[in-house]
Design a protein around this ligand. Structure first.
Ligand code: HEM
Length: 134
């Protein structure tokens, strides 16, 4: 996945702009609450405890938006499409994933421009993760 290009004069990363680690932790925690309450989507997650998956997605998003590179320090290059290959990401899974993410993004209460930047990325990234027809 390519980085969204940032202007060279930008002083602050998007990560800092939206409130740093706390914001991404809140986002992904809320998202996984949605997953936990969605039996169809929940069935795709192999681990009984969603905590480690929550941590991986949190650290990935922190890194993607310009925060600490802890994700790659522990997991290596993201290669997200490849990492999703074991899971049948079809249209229904895509829609459910985005639906829970939408709730989580909305509840952050970000200013509209920041909200749109985050949301547009998630829509684009989710589409690129679909690997199964139907
Ligand atoms: C389109 C619907 C999607 C579905 C159904 C889905 C499902 C899953 C599942 C079942 C896992 C395994 C849980 C784990 O062990 O971590 C996973 C992992 C992960 N997903 Fe997704 N995902 C989707 C989209 C996305 C998107 C859009 C992103 C990024 C913006 C993303 C980022 C990640 C990351 C970072 C991991 C952990 C990778 C690792 O380090 O092993 N996923 N996803």
């Amino acid at each position: 996945m390519n980085e969204i290009p940032h202007g060279e004069l930008q002083q602050q990363t998007f990560y800092e702009l939206v409130g740093g680690e706390d914001t991404f932790r809140r986002l992904v925690h809320r998202f996984y609450e949605g997953v936990a309450g969605d039996p169809d989507l929940r069935a795709m997650y192999p681990e009984e405890d969603l905590g480690p998956a929550e941590e991986r997605l949190t650290l990935f998003l922190i890194q993607y938006w310009g925060g600490p590179r802890t994700y790659s320090d522990s997991r290596g290059h993201p290669r997200l499409r490849m990492r999703h290959a074991p899971f049948a990401v079809n249209r229904a899974a895509h829609d459910a994933w985005l639906r829970h993410m939408r709730t989580a993004v909305d509840e952050l209460g970000l200013p509209p421009e920041q909200r749109a930047q985050l949301w547009d990325y998630l829509v684009y990234a989710a589409a690129s993760m679909v690997n199964t027809p139907g």
